[in-house]
Design a protein around this ligand. Structure first.
Ligand code: MN
Length: 733
């Protein structure tokens, strides 16, 4: 992993003239008693970073060194050993300067006099955000949760971290802590080991960083089950010696064959990891001997084409075992892993497993997403956005490949949760996590923490700044609710709160209000919505008509219902002012809304040409449904909750609408990509995809597609129906 060390870089004292000159460490750094701890990291950085970046690393070390001065690790060594070791792991991945600075500083804000502002001032926003992100992850209290939720935590970490470098630093941090676990109390050691196996090794795996995944698994097993680990390790060492001869025979046979056909390749015997042996024994109930009796080899070649040629040669050299060939080049694993896998019958009938891949795939399998964050050649250090794009492209590539080649439910589900999270994760100032639906506001958060906090909240600080109670939160934010004992819920909150708990508590409170207060609030709300018109100037006939329409005995009852959020103020305002088309709705696809905010119902996803009706949902405005949608059967019972609306075809002609399709099909290789082609050919787009298994042969795929109108939708459906093995297609309602 280490590139050539530039001559002269690590010299202390007077410099000799050099070809590429790296700056001498500043005197303050050289004088540190921990200089010798830092030096190997510095050399490593000099081996791939530009010379002008090195002073930044020096500066970060210097601050961390001073900040942790006097602190000790559990082993009794100076604390600075830890951040430096973490930075070394980051530098071994060849990550950028900012990542190394952040790795050096990752424990300073939490444990020392250094503040966020210090880091921001001296190292910039990005480094500060990286340090913050790692600190936040540190505060997650995994051990409070049942093991069954481990998967949720992994997803949560992925979802709440916008900059993947935070996760890489956290993985490096965990790796070094695992290496030095021996100094901790046994119970603490076990807890950290379990958490590592449940949470962090799977994350490293998901990101394709097998170097770190393997190390975390081996260390985790050794700490969690020291006896089992020792027994297995001894058994593996013994078996290895017995196997040497067979391994060499097969290795030679493979090499000879490749030479004969003039294919250049690296051929390696693969050692089995103790953790993977352990897992196979537990999960597949295999005997130790059965596992060790399989001989594994890896062949690394220069290009994809050669991979398939080598495969042919191997199937010719040894008899392939039917059904055990896997083409992970055409269909990479979820984490981007690529290789050909095959299983053969070796000399004397021994099972032989061969992996065939290119050098590039080999690199990727070791470093995964980290490879895309690598520091590039001189002068082209990736800005964070460029690198972020790289990493995103990496993920997208995997998806494209997968989608065109297979319809594995597991894959589609996996990607869906990663890319379209519909939950957000936010923190209390103490680091406790709350998951809320997307769109949640500080009010929802306050009620989620405790009803009392909700009832008395008057404001919110998000990431230490004041934040409106009605604004939507996003993942990763730290939310602090400001309360006052005299504060009370406001009817206005109903227009932005989304969680059922918050909404019902607010409503409950409003109901308990003296009706007098309700009437006043309702009156004020309605007057505010009547732009320019005064309530007492509205003709009495008009008011009587409205009261009849909303089934209210008198005006005060109407005001009270407005205050309680039972009737939408703007609707009443619109009726009071007459039903003529509003100026506000010009240019909108729907007419008749009175300029109210509206959205399309997710249940029936109406498109132009459908007979539609608007349902008035307090807090959400209007929701446009299909007239026959089963979710709104009470039109006749509660007419005041509905508005008649129409499509404005002059506007919709240039718009796309989303609607759902349900396809039943007989699964086969490539069918998903043919469907996606059909959609494409019909001039439509797939917005989301979901699949489930109906029975042994039948899959159900749910697509959301974009169409202009009903005619267009019919054309799309015809195209899909024409794909072989598609059995039925329905519009989703
Ligand atoms: Mn740490």
């Amino acid at each position: 992993m280490l590139a050539n060390k530039p001559a002269g870089a690590p010299h202390i004292g007077p410099t000799e003239p050099e070809v590429r000159s790296y700056p001498v460490p500043p005197e303050a750094v050289q004088k540190s008693p921990n200089f010798s701890v830092y030096l190997p990291l510095r050399e490593l950085c000099c081996s791939y970073l530009d010379p002008d970046k090195i002073p930044l690393i020096d500066k970060a070390f210097h601050l961390a060194d001073r900040a942790h001065d006097g602190q000790k690790r559990a082993s009794g060594e100076p604390y600075i050993i830890h951040p430096v070791a973490v930075a070394v792991i980051i530098a071994q991945m060849h990550l950028d300067t900012e990542s190394i600075e952040a790795a050096l500083l990752h424990d300073t804000v939490e444990d020392t006099f250094v503040t966020e502002e210090d880091i921001k001032r001296d190292f910039g926003d990005t480094v500060m955000e990286l340090v913050n992100g790692v600190t936040k992850l540190d505060k997650l209290r995994f051990h409070d949760y049942r093991e069954a939720q481990a998967e949720n935590f992994r997803k949560m970490i992925m979802a709440m971290t916008r900059d993947i470098r935070v996760i890489l630093i956290k993985l490096a941090d965990r790796t070094h802590n695992m290496r030095t676990l021996g100094n901790l109390r046994p119970d603490k050691r076990k807890r950290i080991a379990r958490e590592t196996l449940d949470i962090f090794a799977p994350i490293a795996n998901r990101l394709g960083i097998s170097d770190i995944k393997v190390e975390l698994e081996e260390l985790g097993l050794a700490a969690l089950y020291p006896m089992r680990y020792r027994v297995l390790k001894a058994a593996v060492t013994k078996a290895r010696n017995n196997r040497k001869e067979v391994v060499n025979t097969i290795l030679e046979a493979i090499k000879r064959r490749l030479q004969e056909v003039k294919i250049e390749a690296r051929v390696l015997g693969r050692e089995k990891r103790i953790y993977s042996i352990y897992k196979k024994m537990v999960n597949k109930e295999l005997q130790f001997r059965e596992i060790m009796d399989v001989y594994g080899f890896r062949i690394v070649v220069k290009d994809v084409d050669t991979c398939y040629r080598v495969l042919g040669q191997m199937h010719n050299l040894f008899k392939p075992r039917p059904g055990l060939f896997k083409d992970y080049i055409a269909i990479p694993k979820i984490n981007g892993y690529q290789s050909l896998h095959t299983s053969l019958v070796g000399p004397h009938g021994v099972p032989v497993e061969v992996q065939i891949r290119t050098e590039f795939m080999d690199q990727m399998s070791a470093r995964g997403v980290a490879a895309h964050w690598s520091y590039k050649e001189k002068g082209s250090e990736p800005t964070s956005t460029a690198a972020q794009k790289n990493a995103q492209r990496w993920i997208k590539n995997i998806i494209d490949l997968q989608q065109s080649a297979s319809s594995s439910t597991e894959f589609i589900e996996g990607v869906k949760t990663d890319l379209f999270p519909d939950a957000i994760y936010v923190f209390t100032p103490e680091g406790k996590i709350y998951d809320l639906p997307a769109g949640a506001t500080p009010v929802d958060f306050a009620y989620a923490v405790h009803s009392d906090i909700g009832q008395h909240c008057i404001g919110a600080r998000v990431n230490h700044r004041m934040f409106p109670l009605s604004r939507q939160l996003s993942s990763g934010q730290t939310v602090e609710i400001i309360t006052s004992p005299n504060a009370q819920p406001s009817a206005m909150w109903l227009s932005s709160a989304v969680t059922p708990k918050a909404r019902s508590k607010i409503r409950q409170y409003l109901k308990s209000l003296r009706s007098q207060e309700c009437v006043l609030i309702g009156r004020r709300l309605l007057q505010n919505s009547l732009k320019g018109v005064r309530l007492d100037q509205v003709p009495p006939e008009r008011i009587d008509q409205i009261l009849k329409e909303f089934k209210e005995p008198d005006l005060n009852a109407l005001f009270a219902d407005i205050a309680l959020g039972n009737i939408l103020t703007v609707i009443v305002a619109k009726r009071l002012q007459g039903d003529e088309q509003h100026d506000d709705e010009k240019g909108l696809p729907i007419t008749g809304t009175g300029g109210l905010p509206f959205s399309f119902a997710q249940c029936c996803q109406p498109i132009p040409g459908d007979h539609i009706i608007a349902h008035i949902t307090p807090g959400k405005g209007l929701v446009i449904h299909n007239y026959n949608c089963l979710n709104i059967r009470d039109q006749d019972k509660n007419p005041e909750k509905f508005l008649n609306v129409e499509w404005d075809q002059a506007v919709t002609a240039n718009m796309d609408f989303q609607t759902g399709l349900r396809i039943e099909l007989e699964n086969r290789q490539g069918i998903l990509s043919e469907i996606s082609n059909a959609v494409d050919l019909a001039g439509s787009r797939i917005e989301s995809i979901n699949s489930e298994i109906k029975d042994e042969n039948t899959y159900i795929i749910r697509l959301t597609v974009t169409v202009r109108d009903r005619l267009h939708l019919a054309a799309v459906m015809r195209r899909i129906k024409a794909v072989p093995n598609v059995q039925k297609i329905f519009r989703q309602r």
